[in-house]
Design a binder for this molecule. Structure first.
Ligand SMILES: *Cc1c(COP(=O)(O)O)cnc(C)c1O
Length: 390
């Protein structure tokens, strides 16, 4: 018997399950999955406890509680000058993951094409497949991971419905600059496309690289759906509280899908995330300073271990190229690494449609640095002592 439906069985198993199992089996330091070692603001956690004890335990409104929708609207106004009606232009979701699912299921018809940047976040291809859409990947090439406007333009066809953007970008750590954003905006306007933009790392940028939401570019507000989440900004990745914002028409399309997925999202966490956004706006900045130090610690250690390493402009992740150590595949490297060094990392090649194109992902490996300094120290020490050659 083959019980799984094709839409599920046809998808590759997530790399994180394999690599996390390997980490446990070998007692390795796990720099694979991107979740932080540290906790979110204690007052925010206390607000969740208060909500649990204070009777916030039944279905909240499907669109999200008013206090959180208002806090999200204020956040977009304060940081980016984006004006939103919290009653029609803000939807609370079960993490950004559900916002992505809702956006794709709510906006993409079978046969519609969706442009993604590769390497991509792994839920994008899964959701595009569930919707019966067709993905067209535009490659961010090492070492600079810049978006080539000509390649973007060439990926647009008569069936293209939307561009699914992600900046700051997981896993390359690129923060798209003004020129790249302008190119995306120009293509979207000229070819009348929607843009769905995943901005979960909006506050996690380094060295003065500023995140600019594409919704703020001329002519983009009316065609952009912006997605984000509390998980990365407030070190509460297990809470799964996210949101979609933008034109009422687009938000209501996401709502149309969301109501049949989860209908509504965790009641007691919503007031707590409102407290985080309204009262703890400084938290992501402190987190970011801490992360920048961890980035330098990890990238320095990777380089000392002989790995060609690209220092990211944002996010939790650094990338290395393992080819100079004689490896033809990052996957082979990552499978050998736990035995060789007692460290786990993720092969970036699984996030590409074209892993063998020039500057593409076959030889790239992703390392998470949202970990305690002592954990990174230990990983770096183990890497320095190991033989990492193929
Ligand atoms: C972590 C992550 C998400 C998922 O966010 P949740 O709020 O945990 O669902 C979405 N997109 C990217 C790029 C991520 O790294």
């Amino acid at each position: 018997m083959h019980p799984a439906a094709r839409r599920v069985a046809d998808l590759p198993a997530t790399i994180f399950a394999e690599m996390s199992a390997l980490a446990v089996r070998t007692g390795s330091v796990n720099l694979g999955q991107g979740f932080p070692d540290s906790e979110g603001p204690p007052e925010v956690i206390a607000a969740a406890v208060d909500a649990l004890r204070g009777g916030h335990n039944q279905y909240p409104p499907g669109i999200g509680i008013p206090a959180l929708r208002q806090a999200i609207a204020r956040h977009q106004q304060r940081h980016y000058g984006i004006e939103l009606d919290p009653d029609t232009q803000v939807l609370v979701t079960t993490g950004c993951t559900e916002a992505i699912a809702g956006a794709i299921l709510g906006l993409v018809d079978p046969g519609d094409e969706v442009i993604v940047l590769e390497p991509y976040y792994d839920s994008y291809p899964a959701m595009i497949a569930f919707a019966g859409g067709v993905r067209r990947a535009v490659t961010l090439r090492a070492p600079g991971f810049r978006l080539d406007p000509d390649e973007l333009e060439a990926a647009v066809g008569p069936r293209t419905k939307l561009i699914l953007l992600n900046t700051p970008h997981n896993p390359t750590g690129r923060v798209l600059d003004a020129e790249e954003l302008a190119a995306v905006a120009r293509v979207a306007r000229e070819r009348d496309l929607l843009v769905v933009t995943d901005e979960v790392y909006e506050h996690l940028t380094f060295d003065g690289h500023a995140h600019v939401p594409i919704a703020t570019l001329p002519g983009m507000e009316e065609r952009t759906l912006t997605l984000s989440s509390a998980g990365k900004s407030y070190s509460v990745t297990g809470w799964k509280v996210g949101w979609a914002t933008g034109p009422a028409e687009l938000v209501s399309a996401v709502m149309g899908a969301k109501q049949w997925l989860t209908y509504t999202s965790g009641a007691p966490l919503q007031p707590a995330v409102a407290v985080a956004l309204d009262e703890h706006g400084e938290f992501p900045y402190r987190l970011c300073q801490e992360l920048q130090a961890r980035r330098d610690q990890l990238v320095g250690g990777l380089r000392a271990a002989g790995l060609t390493s690209y220092s990211p402009q944002g996010t939790y992740f650094a990338t290395t190229d393992v080819s100079e150590l004689g490896w033809a595949s990052g996957r082979d490297f990552c499978r050998a690494l736990p035995e060789r060094a007692g460290v786990v990392a993720i092969p970036t090649e699984v996030f590409y449609d074209h892993p063998d194109a020039p500057g593409s992902g076959r030889r790239l490996v992703r390392w998470a640095f949202c970990k305690d300094a002592a954990v990174i120290d230990e990983a770096v020490r183990r890497l320095a002592e190991a033989d990492l050659t193929a």
